[in-house]
Structure formats: C-alpha cells, structure tokens
Design a protein. Sequence first.
Length: 203
Amino acid sequence: MARPSRRAERREQILAAAVSLIEQHDLATLRLTDVAAELDLTPNAVRYYFKDVDTLVLELAMRSDVRFYDERRAAAAALDDHRDKLSHLLGAGLPTGPEDAEWRAIWRAFLAAGFELDQRPEVAGIFHRQVGLYVEILDGGVADGVFSLTVPALDVATTLMSMEDYLGYRIVAKDPAFDRPRALHLMHGYAEMAVSAALPLPR
C-alpha cells in the first residue's frame, strides 16, 4: 500500500491533469479515462482515488478551500498590521490573470455543482468560510483601532467576496474591461471606503 504522502501526491497529479484537460477541452467532456491517459495510468488507478467524474469535479471545487482559505489565512497570520492583512486577502483572492488555469477549473467546477446550493452544503460552505476569513480580519482591525466600519463586518465581507468571485470570473473569461489591475482597483477602493482607512495597494 502506498504511503499517505504518496497517495496525496498522486491525488494532486490527477487533479492537475484534470485542470489541464479542462483547459484544453471542456468540463462537460471530461472523462476519467482521459485523465488516466494523460498520466499514463489505467482508468482503475484513477478510480482508486476518484470513483467517478462527479467526485473529481467536486474535489476541484473544494481546492478553493486550500488556495483561497487555508493559504490566505496562513499568509495573513504572518502579518502584524490588519491593513496589510486585508490588502493581502484582496490580492490573493483574484486570479493571477486570464490564463490562471486552476482558477478557471475551480469556477467551472462550481458551475457544475448546479444552482441548488441548499442541496450542496459542501459547495455552499466554501464561499461562507472565505467570508468568515474577511470578517476575522475586519473585526481584528476594528479591535486594533485601525478600522472604523461604516456597515457591519459581515456585510463588508460578503460584498468583498462577491466582488472577488464575479470580477475574478470576468478576468478568466477574458473580458477586456476587467483585467486584474482593474478588479483590484475596484475592490481596493470599496474596501478603503468600508473600513475608513487607507490600505496598501494589493499585489
């Protein structure tokens, strides 16, 4: 039996192959046999980790927790000033650009979950956990006396997350009016108004 680290490595390889295939073709045509062929594995070797395409697509959606919750939370925790923390959250929540394949795949996986989030709590929870991360930073800034919120922290956090998701979609959808600098400008401007404080420019 493979060691846990080897299993985790193989899972990451399968997910990375799925992201690559989705970029080349489309999520609707993704098959486990194609993923297996991409890695020179048998289909059963892929099914050992993901029993079907739906399971694989759900895992792609859940990768959002790693990149946009776990990693952002850890990076923010390493900063002392809540203004820096908030600025980091703004920058790290958007795609790096229109060719951010992982962001595009995550977005497509969310869409594949359908429009009944009351039936998909594991998918719905992704958004709300990230809202909670924003709330944590906002409340910390208020406690430190560097933020003065004009509306409740939950409202600010939900608005920022909604901007993040929708503007991020416009970026990866290659809307010429919404590149990453434009999206950061809009989010940064709203955040400064909401917290009544000057914030470092997100990177």
